[in-house]
Design a protein around this ligand. Structure first.
Ligand code: SF4
Length: 278
């Protein structure tokens, strides 16, 4: 059986950086907490816990020591609380997310109605919003953008994982509402590259495996996109979830993984695939 592994499978730049920073910090600090699970991989979170990095959900829960900020950032309020509690900070906010936060602050300060293209309940969006001082609207679709007021100058930024098509369509609606529009394309290519490659591979194989946390939105999205190309798509978290009966009549299998899937899990899956009987 031929195995085709996506080049873009696994950790993106921001997640790799955050994970490395967390493991490094675990060597330096006696007490360290991450504000929310560091990444959407239960296996990595468990490994970090074994290294002393505990998960908490509120700054107030952290008695002392160090706190690590996840790649999708925190709100300005959380940052203030961290400062007041005099905790050591390991800021693993992805530089691309930081850029979106900075643009949001700048557009607000310049008097624009800030339109943030994204999902309102996502922590990255909550973080970006908190840096905007003025009026903001979170818009998930062109239909929602139709409700924006007319005649205001509009500034647009996007959640880093949005699709370019959605941003373009929302920008087109904004343009019909205002004479002054400023757009910062803050979409991170990592997601698009991974999705395009996965789609292409899924169309060329007999079966597709997508590896990543069941709680990872980007992995679930990858699985959905692959499913559209190849009905025999399976989303798994670990190698032991692979079932030999899936592979009857399979000559080519494609493999990809979400941005929060560590390389060791991908390698375990590849090893299991290679060991399947012909
Ligand atoms: S997907 Fe992009 S923006 Fe998000 S953490 Fe990864 S590199 Fe950073």
């Amino acid at each position: 059986m031929e195995i085709i592994l996506a080049k873009s499978a696994g950790f993106c730049f921001g997640v790799k950086r955050a994970t490395q920073m967390a493991f490094d910090a675990s060597q330096q600090f006696a007490s360290i907490h991450s504000l929310g699970p560091l990444i959407h991989s239960p296996q990595v979170v468990e490994k970090l816990e074994q290294h002393g990095v505990r998960v908490c959900h509120q700054v107030a829960e952290i008695p002392a020591g160090a706190v690590i900020i996840r790649s999708h950032g925190v709100t300005a309020g959380d940052l203030r609380e961290i400062d007041e509690q005099k905790l050591d900070v390991i800021d693993a906010t992805c530089p691309f997310v930081k850029k979106a936060q900075d643009y949001a602050a700048q557009l607000s300060a310049d008097g624009y109605l800030l339109v943030l293209v994204g999902e309102s309940d996502h922590p990255e969006v909550e973080g970006i919003l908190s840096y905007a001082g003025g009026e903001v609207r979170v818009v998930a679709s062109p239909v929602e953008a139709m409700d924006l007021p007319r005649g205001r100058k509009i500034g647009v930024v996007a959640q880093t994982t949005q699709s370019l098509e959605n941003l373009q369509e929302i920008v087109a609606v904004c343009l019909s509402k205002t004479k002054e529009l400023r757009v910062f394309n803050t979409i991170c290519d990592a997601t698009t590259v991974r999705q395009n490659e996965a789609r292409k591979i899924a169309a060329e194989v007999d079966l597709m495996i997508v590896i990543g946390g069941f709680n990872s939105a980007n992995t679930s999205r990858l699985a959905t996109l692959c499913q559209e190309q190849q009905a025999r798509t399976h989303h798994i978290e670990t190698a032991d979830q692979l079932l030999p009966e899936w592979f009857h009549d399979v000559h080519r299998v494609g493999v990809t993984a979400g941005a929060s899937t560590p390389s060791w899990i991908i390698e375990e899956v590849l090893a299991k695939l290679e060991s399947l009987p012909e």
